[in-house]
Design a protein around this ligand. Structure first.
Ligand code: M6R
Length: 369
């Protein structure tokens, strides 16, 4: 039940520290990731994987896109992410060295289920990341890593998303250990960063008032753009999806590096643009590139709302608003940066008097094609 919350979505957003903590619970022993459910996947089998294909729809697919960056970096296995309904109709190349990882909160999404069946029939191994015990997709898969977000009632997915990234990160760290692609100290460092996420999420939630104000000021906005790159790119896509679903506002997410290849033409005075700013501590040095993107759009009149880590002062002269997230490992920032975007969409939906939990035309679980 909703308890004292105005909507299930508000409640579920607030439950995200627990969704992550409970998904980690019992899976880190003495600083090392253990996934007992995957015992059936012996280490030999995991070493034998030559590539991973992630299949999912909607928000679950964005969780897969985030995890692609981490799994490739940690376990050195190529990862592709594909929408289930595209995957199943394009005769994908599969063999026994392909691991197909499906992601589904409900475990009942028809296209994802059919894609898993297709993958199995064509010789791939299948693992499902699912939030619903005993659902159809995990039953049809060779293995399952459950997310422990608890039941998600609101149609718009929030806590399941952060739990999916958590489960995929655990899997990626497990894979890296088995395949020997990270030394022990580095591996332990990432496990530690993951374990800090629940407390950091609680900090982000405590800062929610600013986002609410922003949403109220922007209740008449007709279009919002979202930019990000690296792990911030899928977060930009997710921010745009949340806004479409909940506030019925035209919204689009872009990879910041694409700006000059077209989207910058959309910028006109007053256009609100959320920018997920990468950590200045990231190894790829993407931060100055995104700051210069901010300058470029600002010069054309964009109203920039930056989501940036604590202490990042470089964005200050160029952003109209800065929403802060705590310092986290660069790969773990998406788990934090998504929260203000979820809240923004929810607050805007409420400001417009819409049904936050049950947006028009949508169903929680899409069990038809
Ligand atoms: O139950 P699933 O995770 O398979 O659902 C996938 C999508 O239908 C779902 O994430 C959808 O995009 C949500 N409405 C997003 O908020």
């Amino acid at each position: 039940e909703k308890g004292g919350w105005s909507s299930f979505m508000r409640k579920e957003i607030s439950e995200q520290p627990d969704a992550v903590a409970n998904t980690i619970l019992g899976r880190v022993v003495d600083g090392q990731v253990v996934i007992p459910e995957l015992d059936g996947f012996g280490d030999e089998m995991l070493r034998d994987i030559r590539r991973i294909t992630v299949i999912a729809c909607g928000t679950a697919a964005y969780a897969g896109m985030v995890a692609k960056y981490a799994i490739e970096q940690w376990a050195r296995v190529p990862v592709e992410v594909e929408l289930s309904h595209e995957f199943r109709y394009r005769e994908p190349v599969l063999d026994e060295h392909t691991l197909v990882v499906s992601i589904s909160q409900s475990g009942e999404t028809m296209d994802t289920l059919m894609a898993v069946k297709y993958a199995r029939e064509h010789g791939a191994k299948t693992i499902s990341v699912c939030n619903t015990q005993g659902a159809t997709i995990p039953r049809e898969s060779d293995g399952v890593v459950y997310t422990h977000a608890g039941p998600e009632v609101a149609v718009a997915s929030t806590k399941a998303f952060v739990a999916q990234i958590t489960a995929l990160y655990l899997f990626g760290l497990h894979l890296a250990r088995v395949r020997g692609t990270l030394d022990e100290a580095t591996l332990a460092g990432f496990v530690d960063e993951l374990q800090q996420v629940p407390a950091q999420l609680a900090e982000v939630l405590a800062e929610s008032e600013r986002v609410a104000q922003l949403a109220h000021w922007m209740a008449d906005t007709r279009s919002v753009l979202f930019l990000g790159r690296h792990v911030g790119y899928p977060i930009a896509l997710e921010g745009a999806l949340k806004l479409k679903e909940l506030a019925y506002i035209h919204a689009e997410g872009f990879a910041a590096g694409e700006l000059k290849h077209g989207p910058i033409a959309l910028i006109e005075p007053g256009q609100p643009v959320f920018v997920v700013v990468p950590s200045p501590r990231g190894s790829q040095n993407l931060h100055p590139k995104v700051v210069s993107n901010i300058q470029e759009i600002r010069a054309r009149g964009a109203r920039v709302i930056a989501i940036a880590e604590a202490g990042d002062v470089a964005v200050l002269p160029f952003a109209d608003e800065v929403i802060r997230i705590p310092l986290a490992g660069p790969l773990f920032e998406p788990l934090l940066a998504v929260v203000p975007l979820q809240m923004f969409a929810m607050e805007l939906s409420e400001a417009k008097g819409l049904d936050v939990d049950q947006p028009r035309n949508l169903a929680k679980s899409v069990t038809v094609e």
